[in-house]
Every structure is written in C-alpha cells, then in structure tokens.
Write a protein that binds this ligand. Structure first.
Ligand code: FDM
Ligand code: MG
Length: 169
C-alpha cells in the first residue's frame, strides 16, 4: 500500500513497483482508491470535482463503502496469488476526514474488517509549498495548501507507525 498527501508521486512510484515485481515474475494488480468507476465511486468523483456537496460524515462513509465495494475482488486476487498494490486505502480515509476535525476512532471504524496491508509505503514530502508548485496541484477539492498541511499533520502525528517505510518524496 502506498500513502501520503496529494502530489507526492504515489501513482508514479507504485507503477514502477509493479513493473519491478513483474520483472521478477510476479502477477501484480494495482487498485487505486477512490475507485471512481463504481456506483459509489461516481458519487465520490462528483464530490471531488465540486459538482455535488456532501456532509463530511457522508463523504467519509462513501470512501469507506468504496473500499468495501472492491473488497471481494481484492480477496479473490490475493487468493489467486496475485500481489495487490493499493494506491491509497484506509489511512487516506482517516487522514482527510480527521483533517476536517472528525473524531479519529469514528473515522477508523467503518473500515474495520477490511483486508490489512502487509506493507505501508509512505511518501514523505519536504513541504506542502513544494508540492503545491507541482503540475496540476489545485485541480480538485482537497488540493489547497492549508488543508494539505492539516492532512500531513494527521499522517505524521496520528497515523505514522514505525513499521511504515518512509520514502523521500
Ligand atoms: N481521499 C481518498 C479521501 O479523502 N478519503 C479516502 O478514503 C481516499 C481513498 O480523495 F484528495 C481523497 C484524497 C485525495 C482525493 O484521491 C482523490 P487521488 O489519489 O488524488 O485521486
Ligand atoms: Mg489527488
């Protein structure tokens, strides 16, 4: 699983990891969250592109439901021996909602029972200002400097665990 704030290069790094694992002879599947092409994913996509407005609690639950939508597929892939690389997962769910002020335990609760990652790769930025200068920053709802700083603070102070692998983003 790869985690971190926006524009840290998660998608680029995870696709490189996929190529590497494939060159070692493994079967690999990347699952990105949110998965925007499902019933609930379409609602999430409309929210992120500012076409609809949802309460903080409601969008939080939709993100979780989106992971539950894909849970059977992920289990099936793992059972068939395929490596599943997740581009964001439950930690994103908590980080972004917690940054809005929702209770930590409340944020984590709807994801209880989902498959757990074997490894968390965390993309660690030097500063949000530096990320904000990257191409396409600002396109979606959450890509605002002040908000991203809060999300980063949640990752660093409340979620980061010694078992995570920290990568200089
Ligand atoms: N995001 C993503 C959340 O707020 N909660 C979640 O559970 C997930 C998976 O959606 F701003 C946010 C993080 C980001 C936005 O994600 C879209 P990508 O990775 O930038 O497409
Ligand atoms: Mg983004």
């Amino acid at each position: 699983m790869i985690e971190g704030v926006d524009r840290t290069g998660k998608t680029t790094q995870i696709s490189k990891l996929k190529s590497h694992l494939e060159s070692c002879g493994r079967r690999v599947h990347i699952q990105r969250f949110p998965e925007r092409n499902t019933v609930f994913g379409k609602q999430i996509s409309s929210f992120l592109t500012n076409q609809v407005q949802f309460k903080d609690e409601m969008i939080h639950l939709l993100f979780s439901v989106n992971r539950w939508e894909l849970e059977p597929e992920i289990i099936k892939l793992l059972e068939s021996g395929t490596d599943v690389l997740l581009d964001r997962y439950s930690y994103s769910g908590t980080a972004y909602s917690r940054a809005k002020g929702l209770d930590l335990g409340w944020c984590q609760s709807p994801d209880k029972g989902l498959p757990k990652p074997d490894l968390v790769i965390y993309m660690s930025p030097k500063s949000i200002e530096e990320l904000a200068s990257r191409e396409e920053f600002g396109n979606e709802r959450y890509e605002k400097v002040e908000f991203q700083k809060k999300v980063l603070q949640v990752y660093e102070d409340e979620l980061f665990d010694e078992s995570w692998v920290r990568i200089n983003a």
